[in-house]
Design a protein. Structure first.
Lengths: 128, 467
């Protein structure tokens, strides 16, 4: 499991990278490992307004369907349509596979964790 | 026990192999005068329903016992029914009940650990395959509660697919289906609008339909054959719906119609009531709803879906697929909530479709059409009038007999005949005299002639009364 330092982490297991006013969002290595083989990613529409903490889609693995939560609010500017044909990319490289990009108005990152804190949080959650 | 008949070609080949010209020559060692030259005197073969009738008659004789006692009892003559309207009387082959009553099928609940029950999964897979072939769709689920809840689920599904909220429904869709849809959608804030029919044809009004579809309309719902028995122009409706980005849902209440009516291939979703396929008409249920659709809507489809796969030894096997979206995993976010052993009812339908087969279903549909045509002619001959003439229909039609449908039905009931369904409750514009009549392969000529006789008498009285 690896958690890049440059990312911010949500307790709902999404990572977020800020590039100016754009937030790039994916799911963490821990999340992909827990879900198992991902077979489908449900993406939002470009232009959709998403509030911080709201669901913006879902990932379906052979075990379960899990909602995706926005770590920050914004307007969807881009969705990773490559996931329609190759959702397993997330299993192969969760840290390098973004799911959506948001245009952010207010880039306050309240409640998000650093890589080290997220790793600690995961360890507590799983009891390891 | 298996019976493997040999074809004439097989016989020829076998005779050639042993060097004998004819089968008869195999018996030459028996002197000619001792050989049977005429056919055996055995009765001709009987169909399953003929055998049932025969044994019921035998049973009646046995049960009667004391002839004197029997004479004091009124004869138990069964009622003749001309009701249809979403619940159809069709012959149920006896094999259905003998197979579904096997413990493996009868007592198994909805499969939560499905892969250990390969037999159940295979039956469901075959159900889905046959439904796809019948409806012209690419995938089908197994199954929904009934045609009405299936239609409601199809509307919810269309809203998820299109990301729109709203449905335009033809008034020629079964009125009770429309009531169920209103109940299901009311708390989801899905606006519904209804579109009327053309008075001359009894088909949905296409101009009004086009006007009713907005940017927010997720889907158009029609029924074909519709509630009046008339066949809708599915292709025309599909074109109108698709032009405005809405999906077309076609509801089919009478599955037997698929034996002869063109499959609604232009639809995006087909919602079918499969009760006609081997499920008894019984106080409203259990029935068998099905949703079939284009494959691209797979992930938005509610209900169970069985998929074919290969096991670790590359042998053919079946899995319950996409169940991650069902209620036992996704709880309140599930795409459906299909409980109880609905799969058992789907099993009856599977057996029925297997027994009839493609050709059998076609012949069955033709018989239904022929019976309905005879009934219609008999009732018109008795002085009644039919409505929406000239439009293609299956085995139901709207009839105007006496001024009050209620009075006519009372007169029929006195003769142990259940007449057509009075329509004024849902379609007041058709008047108090309008009734919906249905004939199936089980309707007999004697019953139809008797009904026509009562109608003729009632109309004569009315005429005399008016003078």
């Amino acid at each position: 499991m690896s958690y890049p330092e440059k990312y911010h982490y949500a307790k709902s297991h999404e990572w977020l990278a800020l590039d100016g006013d754009t937030a790039i969002i994916g799911i963490t290595d821990y999340a992909q490992g827990s879900l198992g083989d991902i077979v489908f990613v449900e993406l939002p529409k470009v232009g959709a307004e998403i509030a911080a903490g709201a669901t913006f889609g879902s990932v379906e693995s052979v075990k379960a369907v899990s909602d995706l939560y926005a770590p920050i609010g914004g307007t969807v500017t881009e969705v990773n349509t490559a996931l329609n044909d190759a959702p397993e990319t997330i299993n192969a490289a969760a840290n390098d596979t973004w799911i959506i990009k948001l245009a952010v108005k207010d880039a306050t990152l309240d409640g998000l964790l650093t890589a080290a804190d997220y790793e600690k949080f995961v360890a507590e959650e799983t009891g390891h | 026990m298996r019976y493997l008949p040999k074809s004439p070609a097989d016989r020829e080949a076998m005779l050639a192999e042993i060097g004998v010209p004819t089968i008869e020559s195999l018996f030459e060692t028996i002197p000619a005068e001792y050989r049977l030259t005429a056919d055996l005197k055995i009765p001709r073969q009987h169909s399953e329903s003929e055998i049932l009738d025969r044994f019921r008659a035998f049973a009646g004789n046995v049960a009667s016992g004391d002839a004197a006692e029997l004479a004091t009892r009124p004869a138990a003559k069964p009622y003749a029914s001309f009701l249809g309207a979403g619940a159809y009387r069709h012959y149920r082959p006896v094999i259905i009940d003998s197979l579904v009553q096997r413990g493996e099928f009868l007592t198994s609940y909805t499969p939560y650990q499905p892969e250990i029950a390969q037999g159940t999964l295979q039956a469901m897979f075959e159900f889905q395959t046959m439904i796809c072939e019948l409806t012209g769709m690419e995938i089908a689920n197994a199954s929904m509660y009934d045609g009405s809840t299936g239609a409601a689920e199809a509307i919810l599904m269309a809203c998820r697919v299109t990301d729109r909220l709203g449905a335009v429904i033809a008034r020629t869709v079964h009125p009770e289906y429309r009531e169920v849809i209103a109940t299901v959608t009311q708390h989801q804030e899905i606006p519904l609008s209804e579109v009327g029919y053309v008075p001359a044809t009894g088909r949905v009004d296409l101009a009004a339909l086009e006007a009713a579809i907005t940017e927010e309309t997720a889907c158009v719902l029609i029924q074909s054959p519709n509630f009046f028995g008339t066949i809708e122009d599915v292709a025309a409706v599909a074109e109108i719906a698709h032009k405005k980005g809405a999906l077309l849902i076609v509801s089919i209440a009478e599955a037997v119609s698929l034996g002869i009516v063109k499959a609604p291939v232009e639809a995006d979703i087909v919602s079918l009531e499969a009760q006609s396929f081997g499920v008894a008409v019984g106080f409203g249920g259990p029935y068998c709803g099905v949703i079939a659709c284009k494959e691209k809507f797979l992930r938005q489809m509610p209900g169970r879906l069985v998929g074919e796969t290969k096991d670790m030894n590359s042998k053919r096997g079946f899995v319950l697929t996409l169940s991650t979206r069902e209620q036992h995993i996704r709880r309140e976010k599930a795409t459906s909530n299909i409980c109880t052993n609905q799969a058992l009812v789907a099993m009856m339908v599977t057996i029925y479709m297997t027994v009839y087969g493609k050709q059998g279903l076609r012949e069955l549909a033709e018989q239904n059409l022929a019976k309905a045509a005879y009934l219609r002619a008999a009732l018109v001959g008795a002085g009644a009038k039919t409505q929406f003439d000239g439009t293609a229909r299956f085995h139901e039609f709207v009839l105007h007999g006496t001024e009050s449908a209620e009075r006519l039905n009372e007169a029929l009931l006195a003769k142990q005949i259940i007449g057509g369904l009075a329509l004024a409750k849902w379609y007041p514009e058709l008047g108090e005299s309008a009734t919906l009549w249905c004939a199936t392969e089980l309707t007999t000529k004697v019953q139809m002639d008797a009904a026509a006789g009562v109608v003729a008498t009632c109309l004569e009285h009315e005429l005399v009364g008016a003078k």
